[in-house]
Design a protein around this ligand. Structure first.
Ligand code: SF4
Length: 238
């Protein structure tokens, strides 16, 4: 997997017609996977709500007015019961997410037991727990963690618009720790990095709103309705 994409190369991908992108993606998919198969994954929130981070898009943040109550970390047995149910329903990967800035060391015994128990069922294991130290990344890897999901949100230029309680560099530091702890985790880190680099490039590209929604977004340089714009707008210069 390439991890050395330049911004110019990524911007060129974004300039392609959507159907061309879909075609190329399908070619890569067929070259590496059986075309008629999809992997089923189940995601379980093992610790919900009350996160001290202020990610502007997240209802689990303690800063959000979602009314969500903070819950404690689930018991290992309850998580393993949910994993067994997911496996019986056809899942091949079981992902566990916690609304934390980072796990406390006192939590690591429990989350590692979850990883080991899920792995022992023959499922692929995936976690997202926030930022990790090197020792925590090592403990998870040793417990049998296959993938670590770590979203770096947006480009450095726009980071403060989305989150004020951490820095872009802190996210990169965790990815480096995860990548350095073993090949399977490294693949997850690389994958996250590739996705993030794409986001960074796209976010730093100025998009002109398409005519149909120009009135709605009232912007001539930076469209707030990015998700809708990307399907229909062409990149503006400058
Ligand atoms: S760190 Fe995760 S759980 Fe916490 S507010 Fe951000 S996205 Fe939500």
């Amino acid at each position: 997997m390439r991890t050395d994409w330049t911004r110019a190369e990524i911007a060129d991908l974004f300039d392609l017609p959507f159907t061309e992108l879909v075609f190329r993606a399908a070619e890569v998919h067929r070259a590496n996977h059986a075309p008629g198969e999809v992997q089923l994954c189940t995601l379980l929130s093992i610790k919900t709500g009350g996160c001290p981070e202020d990610c502007g898009y997240c209802s689990q943040s303690a800063h959000a007015k979602s009314g969500l109550k903070a819950e404690k970390l689930m018991d290992v047995d309850a998580v393993l019961a949910a994993a067994a149910e997911a496996k019986a329903a056809g899942s091949q990967r079981f992902c566990m997410g916690a609304a934390w800035r980072e796990p406390k060391d006192r939590d690591m015994g429990k989350v590692c037991a979850m990883v080991a128990g899920v792995k022992a069922m023959g499922l692929e294991t995936c976690m997202t727990l926030g930022m990790l130290t090197g020792d925590q990344a090592r403990a998870l890897k040793d417990a049998g963690l296959d993938y670590y999901n770590h979203n770096i949100d947006t480009s450095p230029e726009h980071y403060g618009d989305i989150i004020s309680t951490r820095t872009f560099q802190e996210r990169l530091d965790t990815l480096e720790e995860v990548r350095g702890r073993g090949s399977a985790s490294a693949a997850a880190g690389s994958s996250a990095w590739a996705k993030a680099a794409t986001t960074a490039s796209a976010s730093s590209t100025r998009w002109r709103p398409c005519r149909a929604i120009r009135k709605a977004c009232r912007s001539t340089r930076w469209c707030r309705s990015r998700a809708r714009c990307w399907a229909t707008c062409s990149p503006a210069s400058g």
